[in-house]
Write a protein that binds this ligand. Sequence first.
Ligand code: C2E
Ligand code: CA
Ligand code: CA
Ligand code: CA
Length: 276
Amino acid sequence: DISFEYTEEPQRTAIETHHTTSKIQREIDLANALKQQQLALFYQPIVDVKSQAIVGCESLIRWIHPDRGMIPPDEFIGLAEDTGLIVPMGKWIIHEACKARNRFAEHIDNIYVSINLSPIQFESPSLVRDIESAFVSTGVKPNRIYLEITETTLMLDPLNVANILNDLKRLDAVIALDDFGTGYSSFSYLHRFPIDILKIDQSFVFTMQDNSRSKEIVRTLCSLATSLGMRTIAEGIERESDLHLLNSFAADFGQGYFIAKPMPEEDFVNFLKARS
Ligand code: C2E
Ligand code: CA
Ligand code: CA
Ligand code: CA
């Protein structure tokens, strides 16, 4: 079960019996959120580790609740997956992110936008069609859209997922394997699926300066990715010295609070203007 604790006290309604909102009410709220445009994409910059120039950004969803304020994705993605709402929501996310990429390109020509895909979206027979139609209707350059998947997606239905990923590669999209090293990691994924980018999980990056094992894991993943012709994105860069260490490992790209936190589109555009 997902936790649904809010930072602000939720408003009490008659049907509530305990201290959190009932699941059915949360489902209704979330379905309304999509219809009533309470969802927003935030963007976190991704830099080239060596030059620190901005090369891309990751789109991260937020629920701007009228009473409860901003609700982070960890508190509602699970519910959206349980109810299947992640499919229409995901379609909306893909479309929004493609449109935003075109606006960002006015400031940085070659900028890419990363989109997170849930394993449940891979169960939808229309995933490839939905992505293709977002590419066509927005006119976005497909190779400037990075699709982030997790190891969970790869293990669910490997044959189906491999077919979908191959179709997405034919559309010229870029595939990134997110949170690598945290889930059910298997090196076999790296040759069975068409993966372009390895995202090194923040749990290794946070600790790499104090923990020699984390450090060696990060170093090894960087060199493994390079040997396999993949590029790397290191997540969770919170200090300048992390960036320097990653540069010494020849990591390609990085993101984290040291560079910037995820922010609303308007702020991100200002960030781009200030940095370009
Ligand atoms: P993720 O894909 O691994 O995203 C990275 C998370 O780490 C984001 O949390 C980001 O704000 C946070 N982060 C980035 N840099 C730092 C740092 O330096 N330090 C720390 N402590 N954290 C950092 P966020 O936005 O709360 O998202 C959490 C998770 O929710 C994401 O993890 C992803 O699994 C999911 N998610 C977010 N947006 C979407 C979406 O549009 N679709 C789907 N399916 N899942 C999403
Ligand atoms: Ca991600
Ligand atoms: Ca991640
Ligand atoms: Ca994560």
